[in-house]
Write a protein that binds this ligand. Structure first.
Ligand code: DX5
Ligand code: ZN
Length: 219
């Protein structure tokens, strides 16, 4: 069970110290948004490279951008741990997944709430992780869309039926109230933005989320 706090909810002016406040994290989730694929803008390659300079932790880069077939591999080239692209944004997802892997990063494909998990069926053997978006991508602090939980189970079942070892990540509205349900549905990697950054003790919140997920998975 891995907890990846999303730095979208951090103070962008003080990112280095913000990273230092979430050291219990298993990796840092970095949301790259381009104002085209989603109606919000964050930062790009140069900022991600700067973040790498101030932490040794793995960066889990979530690309919410168009032209991802061109730009996605550049993030792998700078050595981030994993690159997630949206299936809706890629013209050639199989090639893109291979390009990212060839440059040494793990690769994941994401589906928005209205994109069925079956859209990933052909791509699955090329992936290390599937990201099931549990909110519409673009903003932190939204409420989890309940109907996406069934998609987590479908993704887990699809990977199990093919005997593939694929991580299932959820992103959006993950809290201490719903993380057990998500873990039971088959998620093993949890992005949490506001629920971590709002907490008085962020590391304690990360540890709590992880414990709840572990206990739920054990049944
Ligand atoms: C939303 C981003 C998420 C966001 C999650 O498009 O992909 O990573 O930061 O934030 P919370 O956990 O607040 O929903
Ligand atoms: Zn994200």
């Amino acid at each position: 069970m891995h907890i990846h706090p999303s730095i979208l909810s951090a103070d962008f002016v003080n990112l280095e110290s913000e990273l230092g406040s979430i050291l219990s994290a298993d990796a840092y989730h970095v949301d790259v948004m381009d104002n085209h694929f989603v109606p919000n803008l964050t930062f790009g390659l140069q900022m991600v490279q700067s973040l790498q300079g101030v932490t040794k932790r793995d960066l889990d880069v979530h690309l919410m951008i168009t032209d991802v077939d061109v730009h996605g591999p550049k993030y792998a080239e700078i050595g981030v741990a994993s690159v997630t692209f949206h299936i809706e944004a890629s013209l050639n997802p199989v090639q893109l997944a291979r390009d990212i892997r060839a440059k040494g990063s793990k690769v994941a494909a994401a589906v928005k709430p209205n994109t069925p998990v079956s859209a990933l069926a052909e791509l699955l053997p090329e992936l290390d992780m599937v990201l099931v978006m549990t909110v519409e991508p673009g903003f932190g602090g939204q409420k989890l869309i309940e109907s996406t939980i069934a998609k987590v189970s479908q993704a887990r079942e699809l990977s199990r039926s093919r005997a593939l070892e694929i991580a299932i990540q959820v992103d959006g509205g993950v809290t201490e109230e719903n993380i057990a349900t998500l873990a039971k549905a088959g998620a093993d990697t949890f992005v949490a933005g506001s629920s971590v950054f709002k907490a008085v003790d962020r590391n304690r919140q990360i540890d709590l989320l992880r414990t709840l997920a572990q206990e739920a998975a054990r049944g």
